[in-house]
Design a binder for this molecule. Structure first.
Ligand code: PXP
Length: 239
């Protein structure tokens, strides 16, 4: 059975907007697990724009399912991962100016750095996943690096506007899944997945874990708003 890894970065984004203490991604992670998420994903970015070191430290102690740390393959991040020991690290490319992760890793051009990083993390007992585009050459290069998993970047599929474009992207994803599994890697997927596009992707089969953040947190805000407003109206009315 495929699993949901809940990405709670956006909870931290709202907290950081005020620089305060709420909403707390640690609380969101616990609620997510209670609702059935089988993993919690956070991206500790170099600029600490949303998730903070404190979140990682506390989540390491409180997550009961699986903690998946997304990070760049830098010396600083490898040091942190080897100290905190999440169950899984997903290596992602990171640019300071981007709003969110914009593409998969180039495992061909950065083969040495990525292979060294994969080895250091695996030697530390951490399962490693590489975030890659659904491209056969990248999947082959990922396999050469020694990684346990790839996470297929589903952004192009999520952004496809016509059924033909979606079908083309699904075909590339399906081919990437098949190649990865044939050579013995596990397959995760994520980026831009939502309540409309998940079905056709999940129907492909072969994906172990979906890492989803934006659409779930966005929906939570809307489905939770009525209750939140009612609670405040009642406090005002019955003061
Ligand atoms: N997987 C990876 C590697 C990501 O970088 C992100 C975005 O942080 C996600 C999954 C989740 O993407 P989204 O927030 O669009 O669901």
């Amino acid at each position: 059975m495929a699993k949901l890894g809940l990405n709670v970065d956006h909870i931290a984004t709202v907290r950081q907007a005020r620089g305060g203490v709420e909403p707390d991604p640690v609380t969101a992670a616990a609620l997510g697990e209670l609702a059935g998420a089988e993993g919690i994903t956070i991206h500790l970015r170099e600029d600490r724009r949303h998730i903070q070191d404190r979140d990682l430290e506390i989540l390491r102690r409180t997550v009961k399912t699986k903690l998946n740390l997304e990070m760049a393959a830098t010396q600083e991040m490898v040091r942190i991962a080897l100290r905190v020991k999440p169950e899984q690290v997903t290596l992602v490319p990171e640019k300071r100016q981007e709003l969110t992760t914009e593409g998969g890793l180039d495992v061909i051009i950065n083969a040495k750095q990525i292979t060294d990083t994969v080895k250091r993390l695996k030697d530390g007992g951490i399962v490693v996943s590489l975030f890659v585009d659904p491209n056969q050459e990248q999947v082959k290069a990922a396999n050469k690096s020694g990684t346990d998993y790839i996470e297929i970047h589903t952004g192009a599929y999520a952004e496809a506007r016509t059924w033909e474009d979606q079908k083309r992207e699904l075909d590339s994803i399906d081919a990437a899944i098949k190649l990865a599994r044939k050579v013995g890697m596990g397959v995760n997927a994520g980026h831009g997945l939502n309540y409309a596009n998940i079905k056709a992707l999940a129907a492909l089969g072969g994906i172990e874990e979906y890492n989803i953040g934006h659409s779930i947190i966005a929906r939570a805000m809307l489905v939770g708003l009525e209750r939140a407003v009612r609670d405040m109206v009642n406090l005002i009315k019955y003061a």
